[in-house]
Design a protein around this ligand. Sequence first.
Ligand SMILES: [Zn+2]
Length: 347
Amino acid sequence: MKFHIICTVDHEVFGNGSGCVDRCVVAPMDRCLAEMDRHKAILTFFVDAPEFSAMRMAGGRCAEDAAQVEAQLADAANGGHKVQLHLHSQWLGAERADGHWRLDFSRWRIGDLARDEIMSLTESGIEYLRAVAGSDSSHLCTFRAGGWAIQPARETLVALSAHGVTMDSTVAPGCYHSARGDWYDFRHCPDAPWWPISDDVCRVADAASLIEVPIATAAMGRVEHARALREHRSHPSLPEGCEGSYEGPNSRLQSLMGKVGKVLRMGRVMLDFSTMPSWMLIGICEDYRRRYRDVPGPVPIVAIGHGKNFTAHSEANLSEWLSWVDQQADMKYSDFYQWHSTWRAER
Ligand SMILES: [Zn+2]
């Protein structure tokens, strides 16, 4: 089959540690999993290992929360879904005080950390996921940076490679966020569905250590994008009972500038099944098919979602989009390991 649809979610609470694990993570993902199972689709969880291991170590109610997430993941992995590595480095040295998490916002971007910090984060993250995913952990091969903040990527890619990770799925081609504390810049990427990398996620490497398998994006136009956002905003933006805040590492002015930048860059959209209407998800897939049908071998189409904004409205749109995928003769549901194995076998 030509196109491998790889559905992924970043499995986490909010970036500042707020949000109830049950209502912002576990419950919405149960509903998402049920929808995936109805369509025999595979869901890949990018699990924020540092946060759930911090919860486990905090004991009490937090450890119960972590246990709930771990049980869900073990169950999902048993049912054929996948667990991969996600790292939000602001959880390094996280402290629990007065019922809230105190995170280190100066460590928001993994790309800004020192080599030994990245090494130990990666090592403990992989160890945690091996314990959680059990026998499925032989397929632990893919990474996504928290907040897309992998650049400059050299040290992170060295650490991943040293720990047996062969693919990165952080890049969202064409997307750009300028706020100082959580910037990323994917404006100048190869026009391809995947590419070999060594020390820069946006540059094709001759001697590659990893493969970049980007999140699918498309230029859908400002009018269409605005229409999709209007549709999204006419429904509740958080799952039932979930409360949390998008507070991050920026000052008010920096976040305001970041928001202004986002408006200026309207039109470039990610294949995001939590926030996009089904007609947009279908449009992005059709655009991808047009652009990459002549690329040799199987082509990955990576979709992204988040439990903390997976609402009843997202569920309805996901269902419509997956029903459309079911009808496409050249598309199948897949995961990173399966796509890569097929690609190697066909080479
Ligand atoms: Zn994340």
